[in-house]
Ligand binder design. Structure first.
Ligand code: 17E
Ligand code: FE2
Length: 413
């Protein structure tokens, strides 16, 4: 297959891209087609590596309002309501909802997903279901699963056993929630336990870390130290870290040295954390997001996740990473022209680094032919116009094709 006339990652000139045997085989300003070769001529559209959602909860998706809507909008009411819904989970229920969400994500150009799965459930129903989903969708979406202890490791009955069992069943990533543990000591012990588990079992780490408007929630320094000392380094991700929005600048300055040394990744979830954050404030009201701009400027890898698609923590969500990105740029004050133009990295390449998939991700000769083509010339317009995903191509096959919308507009300028 030969794709003609695309602007690869905002390039000034168009390129032609050849795909053979599911891989990128040639990229050049002008490539002559072989006899009988299938040609798609895009006439100057944007080609990007596929979108990635590195942080979503597919076990809880599509449960908003069941058994109750989250009226207070706090993280804690979300956890309470989910805990009720969790009692009624079945294998088929989880599979059906997760696939519905994945379908939306695929439609929006996502090909790589990391989902947290709550393992504070003696039956591990959601994990068993999502392991089956991971296998069933593998030719279309690469799904990583995080063993996520929503109600704590030390603070939940048999928490350590459940985490170990989840790792042995095939979770790809080990999670945690230190700020929700009963005590700070439990928080620290949970981090030591989970980093050690990941190290022993050869897994990645992704911790819900300091997701609270509490300047004294400092699990991040422990996680970064453990990543540094264990040499797991960039295999470790700190998700949320919203307390950093409340840390004082002197402490944060000192913390950044450790963060850089540790090489850990960050994932912010701008839609959800602006919803859940600041809920205990009157005015001034905190924004709920971690220091994305400062982390990024310091050369630390930061990505954005959607986190929720219609569940007890967030009543909305449509699988479109452009919404999460737009919110993140607004809340993070990253609205300069170049900031916007280059911001696709927060929902593609940076996320791929968090997922540790960069060896097979990216528009490069020899790599699997995974890419999207958007209905615009550059990413500034694509984001502003919520441009359609004209094509999403995975392993050289068309996974999604969208016809651009046609509007009859009789407005006279
Ligand atoms: N659970 C949690 O602890 N935090 C979140 N943001 C979500 C679930 C969505
Ligand atoms: Fe989350």
């Amino acid at each position: 297959m030969l794709i003609k006339n695309v602007y690869i990652k905002n390039a000034k000139q168009t390129s032609d891209v050849r795909i053979e045997n599911g891989k990128f085989s040639e990229i050049a300003p002008e490539i002559d087609p072989y006899a009988e070769e299938k040609i798609i001529d895009l006439r100057g559209k944007l080609m990007l590596p596929p979108f990635v959602d590195p942080h979503v909860h597919l076990d809880a998706t599509m449960t908003a309002g069941d058994p109750e809507w989250n009226q207070s909008g706090t993280l804690f009411d979300g956890i309470r309501i989910w805990s009720e819904r969790k009692k009624t989970l079945t294998f088929e229920d989880v599979k059906k909802r997760a696939k519905k969400a994945l379908k939306l994500q695929v439609e929006n150009g996502i090909q790589f997903v990391r989902s947290h799965v709550d393992v504070t459930d003696p039956n591990l129903t959601a994990l068993r279901a999502l392991i089956e989903v991971r296998d069933e969708v593998k030719d279309q979406v690469e799904l990583q699963l995080v063993a996520f202890p929503q109600e704590g490791i030390l603070s939940f009955p048999n928490g350590k056993e459940l985490m170990t069992k989840a790792a042995d069943m095939g979770a790809d990533v080990i999670g945690g929630i230190p700020h929700f543990e009963f005590t700070q000591e439990y928080g620290v012990e949970s981090l030591k336990f989970l980093v050690d588990l990941a190290d022993k079992k050869g897994k990645l780490v992704d911790v819900h870390c300091d997701e609270i408007d509490d300047p004294e929630s400092r699990s991040l320094e422990t996680l970064a130290t453990l990543a540094y000392e264990s040499k797991l380094g960039d295999k470790v991700t700190a998700s949320h870290t919203t307390a950093m929005g409340s840390y004082n600048d002197a402490y944060t300055y000192k913390l950044f040295r450790l963060l850089k040394l540790s090489h850990i990744n960050f994932i912010a979830n701008p839609l959800v954390n602006t919803n859940l954050g600041g809920r205990f404030d009157t005015y001034p009201k905190r924004r709920g997001m971690t220091r994305v701009k400062e982390l990024n400027d310091a050369g630390i890898n930061v990505a954005f996740g959607e986190d929720d698609i219609k569940d007890p923590w967030y009543p909305m969500g449509n699988g479109n990473m452009l919404d999460a990105l737009s919110m993140g740029l607004h809340v993070g004050h990253m609205m300069g022209y170049d900031d916007i133009m280059n911001s696709y990295k927060f929902i593609s390449e940076n996320s791929a680094k968090c997922m540790h998939i960069s060896d097979h991700y990216g528009i490069e000769i020899g790599k699997p032919a995974d890419c999207i083509i958007m209905n615009s010339q550059n990413f500034y317009d694509a984001l502003n116009e919520r441009a359609e995903i004209l094509y999403s191509i995975h392993n050289g096959k068309v996974l999604v094709k969208t016809e651009p919308k046609r509007i009859t507009n009789n407005f006279q300028e």
